[in-house]
Design a protein around this ligand. Structure first.
Ligand code: PGA
Length: 254
């Protein structure tokens, strides 16, 4: 299966810095690499339009993701951005349920489920993040917690709406800490999630990608990305550095 590498820029870079980083990444990649790996950049909302314009003008193969989407379609919801508005910008993906949004903005599994539905209605591929806290891991309740996040997040999803769904395992204790999960941890959780979703009507190896995120760097990416159950990576800090991000992409054995 084609791997996917997503750069989550979080609340960093203005749109001019974003364009520079996009161009630097593109320049450092082999011409045909995007045929073999899906490369996705996720900037702030303010940069989506600028990056998308560069991509279409220069005919680049890199794809763009938003970092969030509203649960609402339209109306009196000051500050919100809808899936339909993102679709009009030709945005391909959107991250939902990132632990930072769950923690700082009280995003619930129900919100994640509504956002997922909005994205699917607008043919945007959801990148649904899930993963346990350190406490849940040490208590041993992490698989139960993850099962609930996945089942609630995917509730009511219709087969005919799902073209591509990315499920990103991001243990909270590994995000931005430099403490990457072990391969055994990653394989255990992704195997578990694969079992969980494999009886869903939309599941196939083509529609559902299982990826890992949390302190992915050029030092650990080869082992992670070349493990067969791992379909890709969601990269935070290292995606802000073109050289590191490109090294991560190049660590995939093609
Ligand atoms: P990190 O972030 O790579 O900086 O740990 C990953 C993420 O939050 O998506």
């Amino acid at each position: 299966m084609k791997k996917i590498i997503i750069g989550n820029w979080k609340l960093n870079l203005d749109h001019l810095q974003g364009i520079q980083l996009l161009q630097k990444i593109n320049y450092s990649l082999d011409k045909d690499i995007e045929e073999k790996i899906d490369i996705v950049l996720s900037p702030s909302h303010t940069s989506l339009r600028s990056l998308q314009t560069v991509i279409s003008t220069d005919n680049l193969k890199i794809k763009i993701s938003s970092q969030d989407v509203s649960t609402y379609s339209d109306g009196a919801f000051t500050g919100e951005v809808s899936a339909m508005q993102l679709k009009k910008l030709n945005i391909d993906y959107s991250i939902i349920g990132h632990s930072e949004r769950r923690l700082h903005f009280n995003e619930t599994d129900n919100d994640v489920n509504i956002k997922l539905t909005r994205l699917l209605e607008n043919e945007i591929f959801p990148i649904l993040c899930f993963g346990e806290s350190l406490e849940q891991r040490s208590e041993g309740s992490y698989l139960e917690f993850i099962k609930n996040q996945i089942n609630e997040g995917l509730k009511g999803v219709r087969k005919d709406k799902v073209n591509k769904l990315v499920l990103a395992y991001e243990p909270i204790w590994a995000i931005g800490t430099g403490e990457v999960a072990s391969i055994e941890n990653i394989v255990e959780v992704l195997d578990f999630v694969k079992d969980l979703v494999s009886d869903k009507p939309y599941f196939s190896d083509e529609t559902v990608k299982l990826i890992y995120g949390g302190s992915v760097s050029p030092d650990n990416s080869s082992e992670i990305l070349n493990t067969s159950i791992v379909d890709g990576a969601l990269v935070g800090g290292a995606s802000l550095d073109a050289d590191k991000f490109v090294d991560i992409i190049k660590s995939v054995n093609l």
